[in-house]
Design a protein around this ligand. Structure first.
Ligand code: CUA
Length: 350
């Protein structure tokens, strides 16, 4: 299965393809319609009203037609057309910007000049992305060096891939096949070679492909190994909702909103976890001291993504109660504010 090598128009292989193509067709046809009309009348009037003698033509107003109606018409029609383009484009933009909550997560790291891809289950690939058909796929992406851009023309979606930040892109592939991946942001001499292939497979084929795996365990398991190896657990409890007073418990923390020392609040998402590893003194959870060393320079982007997956695996995203353990002592009352509605925290309080 190879992507088609030359096409005038990319295949339509995702949920967005029809929407984007519809808007594109509208733009092209509108432009073509007005271009042809203008070109036609330019030539037609040039011939019809060509200079035959020395009389000066009467301005349009003096014929009594009035310029007003004409001017309103040629203002209102283009305004209407451009608002249709704006509204239509905005709807597609917002849909493409909001991945569904239950989308399947795949991690992408851009690097001069390759795409490194990690699946939650542990499989890893380079310049290839295997995904099942008819599933919402969410890519969480970052770069190890410069700005890249992950573009799959057949899916009609693309997004910048930035160093030091996570960006996302989502789509639902609708057609089994192989499609091009391009880097769509100039990123150095081999930018044009930073290409790859998306393989959209049936769910059964995808399961077979996943089963071959990397033999290294899931991303969360690898993240746990890293967590242990780096000694994170010496300060961060990760099993039940309690605290030792040194650092926030990570169980169930993903997806919650925590109070910070400076009085503000932050949602614990991929970006905040990443930031807390690399720049722990930046936004400290209320009730804790700045005692964590930075892991900047010690962690690869791949490693960070594994840690993120591990923290995500530690508890439900919406803060459902963690099992309370008899004799659990809440050493830190601040921690009970961990989650508004405090289900997890209350469990620890009893
Ligand atoms: Cu990476 Cu262009």
């Amino acid at each position: 299965m190879e992507p088609r090598s030359f096409q005038l128009f990319p295949e339509a292989a995702s949920n967005f393809a029809g929407q984007v193509d519809g808007l594109y067709a509208f733009l092209v046809l509108t432009s073509a319609f007005f271009s042809l009309i203008i070109a036609f009348f330019t030539v037609f009037f040039a011939i019809k009203y060509r200079r035959k003698d020395n009389t000066i033509p009467t301005p349009i107003d003096e014929h009594g037609i009035g310029g007003m109606i004409l001017e309103i018409t040629w203002s209102v029609i283009p305004l209407g057309l451009s608002m249709v383009m704006f509204g239509w484009g905005a709807v597609i933009f917002f849909t493409e910007s909001r991945p569904p909550a239950d989308a399947m997560n795949v991690y992408v790291t851009g690097k001069q000049w390759m795409w490194k891809i990690q699946h939650q289950e542990g499989a890893r690939e380079i310049n290839e992305l295997h995904i099942p058909v008819d599933r919402d796929i969410r890519l969480t992406m970052t770069s190890e060096d410069v700005i890249h851009d992950f573009f799959v023309p057949a899916f009609r979606t693309k997004s910048d891939v930035l160093p030091g930040k996570y960006t996302t892109e989502w789509f639902r592939p609708t057609k089994i096949g192989a499609y091009h991946i391009f880097c769509a942001e100039y990123c150095g001499t081999k930018h044009s070679g930073m290409i790859g292939v998306v393989y959209v497979m049936s769910q059964a084929d995808y399961n077979d492909w996943l089963a071959k795996g990397s033999g290294e365990g899931s991303m969360a398991e690898q993240g746990q190994a890293l967590f242990n190896q780096l000694g994170c657990g010496n300060c961060h409890p990760s099993t039940v909702q309690r605290t030792n007073g040194r650092a926030p418990n990570l169980a169930g923390i993903y997806g919650t909103t925590v109070d910070l020392k400076d009085g503000s609040r932050v949602k614990v998402d991929e970006a905040y976890i990443r930031e807390s590893v690399l720049n722990p003194e930046g936004r400290i959870v209320a009730g804790y001291d700045n005692i964590m060393p930075t892991f900047k320079g010690l962690m690869t982007e791949d490693g960070l993504l594994k840690l993120v997956e591990y923290v995500k695996s530690l508890g439900p995203a919406n803060g459902a109660p963690m099992p309370a353990v008899p004799g659990t002592v809440d050493l830190n009352p601040k921690q009970t504010q961990l989650k508004a509605g405090g289900t997890a925290a209350q469990a620890g309080k009893k």
